[in-house]
Design a protein around this ligand. Structure first.
Ligand code: AMP
Length: 462
């Protein structure tokens, strides 16, 4: 668990046409899942070709390079890692060649026993690792099993039996394409039909963008082989509940995606409604923190019967502030990324709604800016319970230290943020908004109870 944190996006397409351009489109649509690097691997005529690099999809995979990428089947990846881990060697997909042929792996999630597995294979089999990426480990283990059992599905199943933690994978074994979802279904992965082919991708919005038809989400523990006009599944039903990451719906996924039968936008709106019931505010208007708090704020405003206003203008060309290494950089970046619309906020009692508070950087800065712009009162409402515990399954919140809610009470946080009032949704309220059974969700970042065994942490009993 020492490598880069991967809350990434993956895709795989098999079709009766060259897939590079469709892959590029799909990666652009899941760009929010990873802005550090991007890559596509395609299989053509007995070998694999990869185009990848640092930066946004448009930079990492220039359009002019797409013509070089021939092939009717491929996998792709966008990578999100913490600041300072921009080395190209870790970009995906990662390709390995073994006696069985070529294997390419794109991974979203975090393998919690990767260090133990690496140590074991280094000691017992003399393996060396060239990257910090879990994908390299998965690829090596898979190639080992392929060489011994031959059959790809059996080899993937054997690989899965060694891996703990979160993984949604797209895998290319020569010209055969597979989608794999871990037995806890931490991260999303779904299948869709597109004209002339089939796609397996992290988020359904990519299927819509390709004018395709959503088919279904992968089941927990499913290995799905994708052919150009159908798919075939191997499912070993897990004996434990799911542990779907609540943060996918709260913050990470696109609002227009549907994950495991729940529309992300609808869930966020319902969170806002529940939040309004639990923590009403006497105010003139409701404003979101764009873009992440928008749907939550709409739900809140509707439930409260208050006007909804866009009172912050966000510079859409500004990069992500959350992963900047220094607190001072983060604060400066927030204040230049978001500017209040003076005439909307002046003399108003305002409710601002955001999806989550991690360090508190964003809200502290924005509350101060609203006050400076003349807001009479500022009430903060938050669409998830206090974030208190690290994520070991792929979201970049990895140290207890960084969480403001670990250091201060809710009332102290209100004071630090400079707000007139503060209200977080309750855990049960948030679960109600999801409409899932509580035990099917991973809520570890809010209750410190982990669905799988993590050294030094409390594990839930399945
Ligand atoms: P903070 O300013 O540290 O309280 O961060 C909270 C805001 O950052 C949230 O409102 C989210 O919109 C966003 N955020 C939360 N977690 C992450 C993450 N792991 N990566 C990027 N952005 C995040």
């Amino acid at each position: 668990m020492t490598g880069p944190k991967h809350s990434c996006g993956v895709v795989g397409i098999k079709a009766d046409f060259d897939i590079a351009s469709a892959m590029h489109t799909a990666l652009m649509i899941i760009q929010h899942r990873g802005q550090e690097s991007a890559g596509i691997t395609a299989y053509n005529d007995g070998s694999m070709e990869t185009v990848k690099g640092n930066g946004l999809v448009e930079t990492a995979i220039p359009k002019e390079d797409l013509v070089k990428l021939r092939g009717k089947v491929g996998v792709g990846h966008v990578r999100y890692s913490a600041a300072g881990q921009k080395d190209v060697v870790n970009t995906q997909p990662l390709v390995a060649t073994s006696s069985f042929g070529s294997v390419a792996v794109a991974h979203n999630g975090d393998i919690t026993n990767s260090e133990q597995l690496k140590q074991k294979y280094m000691k017992e089999d003399g393996w060396t690792f060239h990257t910090k990426s879990d994908s390299e480990l998965i690829n090596k283990i898979l190639s080992k099993h392929l060489s011994s059992v031959g059959d790809p599905v059996k080899a993937i199943r054997a690989t899965m039996s060694e891996l703990d933690g979160a993984y949604a994978l797209t895998i290319l074994i020569n010209d055969r394409l597979f989608g794999v979802r871990d037995p806890y279904a931490f991260r999303p992965l779904c299948i869709g039909k597109i004209d002339g082919g089939i796609i397996v991708v992290s988020e359904s919005a990519a299927i819509d963008a390709l004018r395709g038809e959503f088919v279904r989400d992968l089941e927990p523990g499913e290995i799905c082989e994708i052919t150009k006009d159908t798919y075939k599944s191997d499912i070993v039903k897990p004996e434990h509940p799911r542990a779907m990451c609540m943060f996918e719906w709260v913050y990470f996924a696109r609002p227009d995606s549907v994950i495991d039968d729940r529309g992300v936008y609808e869930v966020r709106k319902r969170i806002g409604e529940v939040l309004a019931r639990e923590c009403p505010a006497d105010a003139d208007l409701v404003m979101p923190i764009p873009d992440s708090g928008r749907a939550h704020a709409i739900g809140y405003a509707i439930q409260m019967g208050l006007p909804y206003e866009e009172g912050f203008m966000k510079n859409r060309f500004a990069g992500r502030t959350f992963i900047l290494p220094e607190q001072s950089q983060r604060e400066f970046a927030v204040s230049t990324k978001m500017i209040p619309i003076g005439r909307t906020v002046k003399d108003k009692r305002i409710v601002i709604v955001d999806d989550s508070i991690v360090r508190g950087t964003t809200l502290k800065k924005l509350v101060a800016m609203l006050r400076k712009a003349g807001a009479k009162e500022v009430h903060v409402r938050v669409g998830s319970p206090p974030i208190i515990a690290p994520c070991y399954y792929g979201v970049d919140m990895t140290t207890r230290d960084q969480f403001i809610a670990n250091h201060y009470s809710v009332e102290e946080i209100r004071e630090i943020l400079g707000a007139d009032s503060i209200g977080y949704i309750s855990l049960d309220g948030m679960v109600e908004a999801f409409g899932f059974k509580k035990e099917d969700l991973c809520l570890a970042c809010t209750n410190a109870i982990y669905p799988t065994r993590i050294e030094g942490e409390e594990c839930r009993r399945d």
